[in-house]
Design a protein around this ligand. Structure first.
Ligand code: PGA
Length: 253
């Protein structure tokens, strides 16, 4: 049975002091959570966050990193910098990064490899646009993103990766995929992992849903057989809402 994983993607919100306030409040609400919990504040708040997360059951994640170890990449952040800030997870290939910062399936693949070699767990985002869904190409788009993201990733590492299925039309729009729609695509992703690797890897890998998940729709989404957690944007900026989503996770057995 896969343990659920709920991650908060704070995007470009919260200063270091606001981060400390939000985490302090959140930590008191989620002490008995049955899920793995992750918060992903902006880079400037990571070190402050890791201090205040110490001794809690919440892990620290980053929202992005570069694939190179170091070098002349103005404005970028490397894996060892994140590690030293206490980061254990990193979101890779979020649709906003693909859309606004020219991330491609190739850079996503490179970043996954770099994260894995630094022992940082990648949360790899895939998902179709509204046009692609309307055109009936969701399966093709998502399975191609998965195939390219996992290119040359060895089987020993594959099941440690977390996949986030985030339909672009559902992100920040208030328009959530129905639980059936979300589960259907997560099942397609799991089948693709079985094809690329084997049934055991597919059975073990965790697939989150993301896109307007909130405290009201979480229980329904999280009870679907192929949905192993959530990547939460807007609702993760409220300690109460994020905690309610965490509480909606059925205990794993
Ligand atoms: P949202 O964002 O929950 O605000 O839709 C999710 C995400 O972009 O990860």
């Amino acid at each position: 049975m896969r343990k659920k994983i709920i991650a908060g993607n704070w995007k470009m919100n919260k200063t270091p002091s606001q981060t400390v306030t939000l985490i302090t409040s959140l930590a008191s609400f989620v002490e008995d959570s049955a899920a793995d919990l992750v918060v992903c504040p902006p880079h400037t708040a990571l070190l402050f966050a890791s201090e205040v997360l110490r001794g809690t059951n919440i892990a620290l994640g980053a929202q992005n990193m570069h694939y190179a170890e170091n070098g002349a990449y103005t404005g970028e952040i490397a894996a060892n910098m994140l590690l030293e800030c206490g980061v254990r997870y990193v979101i890779i290939g979020h649709s906003e990064r693909r859309q606004y910062f020219a991330e491609t399936d190739e850079t996503v693949n490179q970043k996954i490899k770099t994260a894995l070699s630094a022992s940082i767990i990648p949360i790899v985002c895939v998902g179709e646009s509204l046009d692609q869904r309307t055109a009936g190409t969701t399966e093709e788009i998502v399975t191609t993103q998965i195939e390219r993201a996992f290119q040359d990733i060895p089987i020993e590492s594959a099941s440690s990766i977390v996949i986030a299925y985030e339909p672009i039309w559902a992100i920040g729009t208030g328009q959530t995929a129905t639980s059936a729609q979300a589960d259907e695509v997560c099942a397609i992703i799991r089948k693709k992992i079985a094809n690329l690797y084997d049934d055991e890897t597919a059975e073990n890998i965790r697939i989150q849903y993301g896109g307007s998940m909130n405290e009201k729709n979480a229980a329904d989404l999280l009870s679907q057989p192929n949905i192993d957690g959530g990547l939460i944007g807007g609702a993760s900026l409220s300690a109460e809402k994020f905690a309610e989503i965490a509480q909606a996770c059925p205990a794993h057995v």
